[in-house]
Design a protein around this ligand. Sequence first.
Ligand code: F6P
Length: 326
Amino acid sequence: MMNRIAVLTSGGDVPGLNAALHAVVLIALKNNVTVIGIHDGYDGLIDGRFFEMDLPMVRNIVDRGGTILRTCRSNRFFEFEWRKRAFEQLKHHDIHGLIIIGGNGSLTGAGLFTREFEFPVIGIPKTIDNDVNGTDYAIGFDTASNTIVEAVDKIKDTADSTSRVFVVEVMGRHAGFLALRSGISVAASAIIIPEIKPDIHKLLSFVEHNWRIGNHSMIIIITEHSIPEGGMGLKKIFETHYPEFDTRLTILGHIQRGGSPSAFDRTLASTLAYHATMALLHGKKGQMAAFTDNKFKFIPLSEVANKTHRVDDELMKVASQLSILI
Ligand code: F6P
């Protein structure tokens, strides 16, 4: 009988996690199921940081960034012995099913865990990088893209007024979703993503041409890790080749992870959490709730593990026509 479930958030925080937690708690309580919150992701699971969640705890949190459960990147959960300890904690607390809200690494761990201990787990994808396999959108990506666009719109004002070249480094780890989407949205001069082998020569000739014809203000969006030293690496290349350009670097950093979630992320988080909770209560296990082709679906956690969602070819085509995409 599934009448006591637990929920945790794992990996980097994203806007929309609280909206997901709000939905999990509401749906569970409506079905007379107790919800146990676990603090600090997998580390909290291993160490038994469990507490019962009630309605007042999730009231007025849908608009808040971060996660009321807190989160962490756990190294221990990669090891079997610690996963066994986590399983024992769940048994000890009489938990019958678990919802794990996480990114690639966390959901890979979730897949392992559910298989090893035959424990019912449903995953929910979240990451601003949007690189979770099996879903078109992960919670947090939309808000982070909007944060970048808002920041770059401001940078453009100063770039235009001062005739400067601005290199803007965005997050994404090894995925170009954030750079691609924000780059198109701000009509960046150039977009650099890790999926394409960088053609610095092409970028330099483009920038030089622009400069020569009087377009001195340029915005170049670069994904961290797409070239050695990311944005800083690109700034150094510019300074070496064109000392006459007044190049500036902005690393947006963790500002991209915070803030109030967009309406899209709130709806995505609430809907994924609704489906995940209902599925768990009805005996589904080892699956991830996904949003693909405008539909909510489930895919096995084994198909999420060790794979990544690739950037859209169509979007790359558009970006390569509107900007220099390298
Ligand atoms: O995976 C999300 C992400 O924000 C990446 O875009 C970034 O590379 C990384 O996490 C930063 O991690 P941390 O917050 O641990 O520095």
